[in-house]
Design a protein around this ligand. Structure first.
Ligand code: RIB
Length: 306
């Protein structure tokens, strides 16, 4: 392992409103603040992997506009290789309209924009990056055929392949399971993938077993303040979450995935990598925003639970 992570995925500018609660249908609600913050599940995971110790390259697509430039600059500032972040005219950069409520929960609407133009052909142009990776990471904010292509190439090249199936809208294609080393959904995504409501450790275990039965090699279900549940054919382990005071949960899952991938790429074992990702995610929820909330390795090492 040489410590290299390649992320194939989305870049979004997050348009973040804070309000006392989420609005109801047809309601106009006065918010408390507004900010534009670099985000997108792919870019967040790339930033997390970089801040948490990996060398990182990102494969993605933005529009030829100010948000696209700002998102690329945010990655470059983290020393992320952006040669494969392509810019396409006549499309807007992806955005996410996010509302965060007083209890720090969020609701998100995404508009794909350039992310929808990340085709398998574009990824093929940067195949050398995949070949040079230790760990390849994908999510579901880019076209399904692109995710399928990336998982397939990652497997052919003998890389460690991680899929964060977010956002999930339906069960995954059956042929994807043998291509994935680690499938990392949160509780709502696990429920959508399996049809099993996930609201407790025991229901998470049932869902994880269903994903193993579908062909997943290893599953990690992230469960917010309940921690995470790891499952493989060897059995199930629960990792309690470090206690923190939550400010904003946006990108907590991305921080876990990026931190876990960075740790694996640096040769750490999976138990260590889960604890590391989990501590990084816990720290991220104590801060506002997506990329600004992601901690560094040094902060994770210095973390003391409340
Ligand atoms: O996972 C958080 C991310 O989801 C946000 O940054 C937003 O861009 C959406 O993609």
């Amino acid at each position: 392992m040489s410590g290299k992570v390649v992320v194939v995925g989305s870049l979004n500018m997050d348009l973040v409103t804070r309000a006392c609660r989420l609005p109801k249908a047809g309601e106009t609600l006065a918010g408390e603040s507004f900010a534009t913050v670099p985000g997108g599940k792919g870019a967040n995971q790339a930033v997390a992997a970089a801040r948490l110790g990996a060398r990182v390259a990102m494969i993605g697509c933005v529009g030829d506009d100010a948000y696209g430039e700002q998102l690329r600059a945010a990655l470059v500032a983290e020393q992320i290789d952006c040669q494969a972040v392509t810019t396409t005219a006549d499309v807007s950069t992806g955005i996410a309209a996010i509302v965060v409520d007083a209890s720090s929960q969020n609701a998100i609407i995404i508009v794909a924009g350039g992310n929808g133009l990340l085709t398998p052909k574009v990824v093929t142009r940067f195949d050398a990056l995949l070949a040079d990776a230790d760990v390849v990471v994908c999510q579901l904010e880019v076209p399904m055929e692109t995710v399928c292509h990336t998982l397939t190439r990652g497997r052919e090249l003998g890389k460690t392949v991680i899929l964060n199936p977010a956002p999930a809208a339906a069960p995954l294609p059956a042929q994807w399971f043998p291509l994935i080393d680690y499938l990392i959904p949160n509780e709502s995504e696990a429920a959508i993938l399996t049809g099993i409501p996930v609201d407790s450790l025991s229901s998470a275990e049932t869902a994880a077993n269903a994903l193993l039965a579908a062909g997943a090699a290893k599953v990690i279900i992230t469960l917010g303040e309940l921690g995470s549940l790891f499952a493989s054919t060897q059995g199930v382990r629960h990792y309690p979450a470090p206690a923190v005071v939550a400010v904003d949960t946006t990108a907590a899952g991305d921080t876990f995935v990026g931190g876990f991938a960075a740790a694996l790429a640096q040769g750490r074992n999976e138990d260590d990598a889960i604890r590391f990702g989990q501590t990084a995610a816990a720290l991220s929820v104590t801060r506002a925003g997506a990329q600004p909330s992601i901690p560094t390795s040094r902060e994770v090492q210095g973390f003391k639970p409340a």
